[in-house]
Structure formats: C-alpha cells, structure tokens
Design a protein around this ligand. Structure first.
Ligand code: HEC
Ligand code: HEC
Length: 336
C-alpha cells in the first residue's frame, strides 16, 4: 500500500469512529453584539439613557412610593427577582415569572406572550394596578412635580415636556444599554480555546446536536424570538394560555416566547411560571420530551441524554454568564 493510500485509510477509519471529528466550532452568529438597535424616533442619547436610568430606579413612581422597575428587574439578581412568579403591588402574587431585561432590546416583541410591540410600548404597562399602580395622569403629574426631572426632560426631549411618551422613551433608552457583557463562551468563540472547559465545549456540541436546543435557542441571544409550547404540565386550576391570548390559533395554546439563555445560570427559578428551581430540572424536562402531548411543539422529542451529557449541557449554559456588570445606582432629583 502506498503511503498516501495508507493515510487515506487511516483517516477513513478515524472518521467512521468519530476520531477525526472537528473540534466544536463557533461562528459569528453566536457572538454578542455591543450595541442594540433603536427606533428612528428615539435615538438613545446619553441624556435619555441617564434619565431613563433614574426613572427605572425611582420608587416614587408607584402608588405607595415603594416599588420601581428595579424592584422586580433587580440588577443584583441579573435583572430579574429570584421569585418563581413576580410579587406586585401590596404583595400580590402575580401569575408569571419576571424575565430578565438583559438583551430585551433585541426582542422582536416583549412579554412571555409577546403582547407588547416594543420597549417603548412595554414601559408604561407596569404602572397598571398589579404592579406600580400609578394611573398615567398621576405618573406624569408626579414626575413633572419634581423640578430636577423637569429640567432633565427638557434636556433630553427639548420642547416635548414630561409626558407618558417621553417617560416611556427615556426608560426604553436606558433598557437598550442593559446588554450582555462578555462571557467565557464569547471569549472561546473568538478563539481563546481554554476560555471554557472541554465539558462546556462538549455541551455546546450537544446543544446544537443530540439535545436539539438550537431548534429554538438560536443566535447570540439564544432565542428564535418565536413562541412554543414545550409541554409543561398544567398546574392548579387556572391554565395560562400564553400566546393564545394574543393569537387565538391552536398551536399558540400554552406557547410562550423562547427566553434568552445569556446569564441563565443567574436567573433561577426557570420557565414562565418559575416551576423549575435548577437547570438540571430544566434539562430533565427536555430529556423526557416534556410532560404533556396536547398542542406540544413537534420539536419536542425524548432525547436519551446520559447523566454526563446533562452535566456537559449545564457546564455549557454556565459558560454564558457574562462578567459582572457594575451598575451605579443613580442619584435621583429631590422631590421639591
Ligand atoms: C412587580 C414586578 C414588576 C415590576 C415592578 C416591573 N416588571 Fe417588568 N416584568 C414583570 C413580569 C412578571 C413580566 C412578564 C409578564 C408577562 O409576560 O406577562 C415583565 C416583563 C417585562 C419586560 C419584557 C421582557 C421580555 O423578555 O419579554 C420588560 C422589557 C420589562 N418587564 C420592563 C419593565 C419596566 C421598564 C418596568 C418599570 C416601568 C417594569 N418592567 C416593572 C415584572 C415586573
Ligand atoms: C421547541 C422549542 C424549544 C426547544 C427545542 C428548547 N427550548 Fe428551551 N425554552 C423554549 C421556550 C418556549 C421556553 C419558555 C417556556 C415556558 O416558560 O413556557 C424555554 C425555556 C428554557 C429555559 C428557561 C429559561 C428561563 O429564563 O426561564 C432554559 C434554561 C432552556 N429553555 C434551555 C433549553 C435547552 C438546554 C434545550 C435543549 C435541551 C432547550 N431549551 C430546548 C423553547 C425551546
């Protein structure tokens, strides 16, 4: 046998046994962008971002002056709240989990059921009775009664005044700065081979292959922005129909928006109702192909993952945790 034939046979045998398989690779689609898109009528100037940050953290913008956006989207808890489902006005337990607002700027639509079209559209919702409980006229009046805010609105939105529209625009501008920081996965993706463990690398291969996670968790934000029913069993009496409440077609029943997986190791408990305290419970759910069959996405299948493979997947998910973000609490303008 010639030398060339010898090596050809060696490579052929190796490829059959998987030995010649390439290292898991990462293409640019997985890399985190450094800036978020903004609508043409709300350019995120530094004045708007600074003002939005103040409004986001200001508890005066609630009925009892005790709750702000940050009460539920707490930067110390990866912009979520650590609760299974949110705790609203007067301690009321709300039906859904607080999603992180990290990278919300990249969402096509907002909320678990996609009922809000943009960050601007979303930003006034929490002033409703369940959360900050401040009617919008009262919100405008309260913000405008603070001289420091009046001046900052004039700088940010010259001639537009303190209105619900400018309040929403400022908050949305701030949210467009709440973006993933660099994670070990990003460093590895850019070629720093030891940035993540070989277990995490195996996890990434499983994520895209045997475990089929990329059917829904795709791209740098690990979301396809679409709605799926992943076969969560009904709990208690009332059933959350999810996307169906917006789009009443059968396949939308029990479907929720695919959440980002960036920083996911920091945002337990998981799912729209916070039912799973750990990532292992999430992986076990997918491994058994969900718990119900009615209306379930055709992409949900039993996976047959071994205990080692589950560990590798979790290692990979942990590698998506970004550098801790330094979040400065803003100094708020005095009440009068
Ligand atoms: C009482 C807790 C609470 C407060 C206060 C609150 N939120 Fe939320 N937030 C939630 C919950 C719960 C959801 C998901 C609700 C749903 O999908 O039905 C949510 C969803 C969101 C989303 C959508 C994220 C996504 O991925 O779809 C954004 C953006 C957001 N909130 C921003 C804000 C802003 C801005 C404020 C302040 C004006 C605020 N929130 C106040 C609990 C809260
Ligand atoms: C058919 C689409 C689909 C597939 C396949 C899928 N996911 Fe999901 N994933 C979703 C949706 C939708 C949710 C939210 C479901 C809900 O709360 O009702 C979700 C939620 C999650 C969550 C919870 C995130 C949070 O913030 O609460 C994690 C973690 C997760 N998926 C990881 C994975 C992994 C790992 C795989 C592969 C084993 C996978 N997913 C496969 C669509 C999918």
């Amino acid at each position: 046998m010639s030398r060339a034939t010898y090596w050809a046979v060696v490579f052929w045998v190796a490829s059959l046994s998987g030995l010649a398989q390439a290292e898991p690779r990462c293409d640019d689609d997985w890399l985190r962008p450094i800036a978020a898109p903004a609508p043409a009528d709300n350019t995120p100037t530094s004045e708007r971002v600074a003002l939005g940050r103040m409004l986001f953290f200001d508890t005066r913008l609630s009925a009892k002056q005790s709750m702000s956006c940050a009460s539920c989207h707490n930067p110390a808890l990866a912009w979520s709240d650590g609760h299974a489902t949110a705790v609203g006005h007067d301690g009321k337990i709300l039906p859904r989990a607080t999603p992180t607002i990290l990278n919300a700027a990249f969402n096509g639509v907002q909320m678990w059921d996609g009922r809000k079209a943009s960050l601007e559209d979303q930003a006034l919702g929490p002033f409703g009775p369940d959360e900050q409980n401040l009617p919008l006229e009262e919100l405008e009046r309260r913000v405008a009664s603070i001289p420091g805010y009046r001046a900052l609105f004039e700088q940010s939105f010259p001639g537009e005044g303190v209105t619900r529209a400018t309040i929403a625009k400022a908050i949305a501008s701030f949210e467009r700065t709440v973006l993933s920081t660099e994670s070990p996965f990003d460093r590895w993706c850019r070629g720093d081979a030891p940035a993540i463990s070989t277990a995490a690398q195996r996890g990434f291969t499983l994520f895209q292959g045997k475990a089929q996670c990329t059917l829904c968790h795709q791209g740098f934000n690990f979301s396809d922005g679409a709605f799926h029913n992943i076969g969560l069993a009904k709990r208690g009496e009332s059933e959350d129909l999810g996307r169906f409440s917006q789009v009443p077609i059968r396949s939308a029943k029990g479907a929720f928006k695919t959440p980002t997986l960036r920083d996911v190791a920091l945002t337990a408990p998981y799912m729209h109702d916070g039912r799973y305290p750990t990532l292992l419970e999430v992986i076990d759910h997918y491994d058994r192909g969900g718990d119900v069959t009615e209306n379930v996405s055709p992409d949900m299948k039993t996976l047959g993952l071994s205990a080692d493979e589950k560990r590798d997947l979790i290692e990979f998910l942990r590698s998506l945790t970004g550098e801790p973000m330094d979040v400065m609490l803003p100094r708020l303008p005095a009440s009068s």
